[in-house]
Design a protein around this ligand. Structure first.
Ligand code: MG
Length: 200
């Protein structure tokens, strides 16, 4: 089992499309960023990479690279998922809390869960999406995302580990049998020598 944590924030700007969790939400402002500014997908990406100690979103997609300008953040998430799979893990569940003054997230939570589930190939019921308003923290002009993920060894890896354990115990059994046979052989030849000595 591995746990990962991700955090991200983006500033609201007028004239930008609001993307949260891979879903376009109708609002008068969107989140500014080098990519599409999807604060939730960025935090999930970091949580996944963090869980396998494989760096962060910036080490794969540097903001200095013009290639990622306006990029769909699903690309970042797909790369993190590829890294997780290569490391031999699969997602158990994800939980998240968004902190933003508007729009209300609850009416869109199901759609966001389903979209993230589709992107990560897991059930929507494995993705928690919650939201709070920023009471007294002075971040009214920003959206913040906190994310935790839990990973477990991939099923195939588990099966391979079991097979390796069986092979190991078989090998051990073979060694025990070989030692026994050798002992019997040795005893037998010692007896033979003793018998020959008796005759002479
Ligand atoms: Mg970001």
């Amino acid at each position: 089992m591995r746990i990962g944590f991700g955090w991200d924030s983006h500033e609201f700007k007028p004239g930008v499309k609001l993307m949260i969790g891979g879903v376009h939400l109708e609002h008068d402002r969107g989140l500014a960023g080098h990519s599409d500014g999807d604060v939730l997908l960025h935090a999930i990406t970091d949580a996944l990479l963090g869980a396998i100690a494989a760096g962060d979103i910036g080490s794969y997609f540097p903001p200095s690279d013009p290639k990622w300008k306006g990029a769909d953040s699903a690309i970042f998430l797909a790369e993190a998922m590829k890294q997780v799979e290569q490391a031999g893990y699969q997602i158990v569940n994800i939980d998240s809390t968004l902190v933003l003054s508007a729009p209300k997230i609850v009416p869109h939570a199901k759609r966001i869960q389903q979209r993230i589930g589709k992107l990560l190939n897991i059930g929507a019921d494995c993705i928690g999406v919650k939201a709070k308003t920023p009471e007294g923290v002075g971040t009214e002009n920003a959206a913040i995302a906190h994310v935790v993920v839990l990973l477990e060894k991939h099923e195939e890896h588990k099966q391979l580990q079991t097979m390796a354990a069986v092979l190991d115990s078989q090998k051990h059994l073979e060694e025990v049998v070989r030692d026994l046979v050798n002992e019997v052989h040795e005893e037998h030849s010692q007896r033979k020598v003793a018998n020959t000595e008796d005759i002479t």
